[in-house]
Design a protein around this ligand. Structure first.
Ligand code: SF4
Length: 396
């Protein structure tokens, strides 16, 4: 039976998070249960973009610091913090914004940008979505121990991003784009068959309940730990109001033997935490659907096909700003095209804009450049939210 450990505590000062990390790891045998003194250890936080932890987008650096201190306590000296941000955000910006550049320098640990790492083509035997191989950062593959430090977040395309999805930061930008052209949930599950963290410590200090962007944070003062990513993600999904069977990458991961826990009644829960109370605080309104529904209610037609998360984020943040300006009505009837599947084909032709699109057509990102009859085109791979917003202002 998979064990998942939870701790929840009012955070009075910075040292409290270190205490919480020690407490959450205790039922699992402490960090020493997973790591030996001579190991080369990689810590993999979620640094998806250049936003601070309290926005809900990125892992709290104090959790990273707590793990560094725990590892040092047992004599580990070869520690690396590593991640690659989403397409379009240089990871160095996330290192600076989150404070990890300074923190790692002070602690004398390595900080590696996985967007610029060497990549190794790894054979994938399980499933068929990745067509048998995936390019993974060498820094991660060379580690003796991998500790996954994901964030408790909703996600625009996969509903949630927890421990299974966090490993997408270990692949190249080209692979990230490929994941968005294929079935992303199956791809995530298959990636997890070849990359298995030894320990997961999930940051639920501040979660994000709309998407991965960090615009709808909620303070929960919770840390979750375990070794089975399926069980841990399933439990967190339940906490966020989902039946884990609704989260496809968790379902596929269990099918491929990554872990067990879709049936959360079979998870052994450690820690004196009332799951129902956390669930109550989160409420029912989790997920990206409420955004799309609100835009659709204004008659906006969003045709997404193979869009990268960063591109979608730019569009939705721009639309959110339009909504704040109370101008969404002015975009009524517009069709938005976004995603790699609108890119020019190798024969020079572009995928035609979908049937039923409106007369006013807006292309988001370089992939839509070759679409016929666009009234507005927003350049960039991805464009920034500000670029999109400024272009949309032509309509009001
Ligand atoms: S323009 Fe295309 S490739 Fe670039 S971020 Fe957007 S969807 Fe991805």
């Amino acid at each position: 039976m998979a064990v998942v450990s939870l701790v929840r505590s009012k955070i009075t000062d910075e040292s409290k998070i270190e205490e919480m990390v020690r407490t959450v790891l205790e039922p699992l045998g402490g960090v020493e249960g997973f790591v030996s003194k001579g190991d080369r250890v990689v810590l993999k936080p979620n640094l998806v973009t250049n936003r601070k932890y309290f926005t809900g987008a990125t892992t709290d650096p104090l959790i990273v610091l707590a793990l560094i201190h725990e590892l040092k306590r047992i004599g580990v000296s070869d520690i690396t913090v590593a991640d690659g941000s989403w397409v379009g955000c240089p990871t160095e910006r996330a290192f600076t914004a989150t404070g990890l550049s300074g923190l790692c320098a002070r602690e004398g640990v390595k900080l590696v940008n996985l967007q610029r790492d060497e990549y190794v083509s790894v054979k994938v035997s399980a499933g068929n979505e990745l067509k048998g191989k995936v390019n993974i950062a060498k820094t991660v593959l060379d580690a003796d121990k991998l500790i996954n430090l994901p964030k408790l977040k909703a996600h625009a395309q996969t509903k949630l991003t927890l421990s299974l999805k966090n490993l997408k930061g270990c692949i190249s930008d080209d692979e990230k784009r490929r994941f968005h052209r294929i079935d992303i949930d199956r791809a995530i599950a298959e990636l997890n068959t070849v990359l298995s963290p030894d320990l997961i410590v999930l940051d639920g200090i501040v979660g994000e309940m709309t998407a991965e962007l960090g615009c709808d944070p909620i303070r929960l003062d919770t840390i979750v730990a375990g070794t089975d990513p399926v069980a841990l993600d399933a439990l967190c999904a339940t906490m966020m109001g989902y039946d884990p069977h609704e989260i496809e990458h968790i379902v596929h991961a269990e099918e491929l033997g990554v872990g067990k826990g879709l049936d959360t009644s079979k998870i052994e829960l450690k820690g004196d935490v009332e799951l129902a109370s956390i669930k109550g605080e989160i409420g029912d309104s989790v997920g990206f659907a409420r955004y799309t529904e609100s835009f659709q209610s204004y008659g906006l037609d969003i045709q997404e096909s193979g869009a990268c998360s960063s591109c979608l984020a730019a569009l939705y943040l721009a639309l959110k700003r339009v909504a704040d300006d109370e101008k969404l009505e002015d975009l009524q009837g517009c069709s938005f095209y976004i995603g790699q599947n609108f890119a020019e084909d190798s024969d020079g032709s572009a995928t035609p804009a979908g049937e039923g699109g409106s007369a006013y057509r807006i292309g988001i990102g370089n992939c839509t450049k070759a679409l016929d009859g666009l009234d507005i085109f927003t350049k960039g791979c991805p464009p920034t939210a500000l670029t999109v917003y400024r272009k949309l202002r032509r309509k009001f």
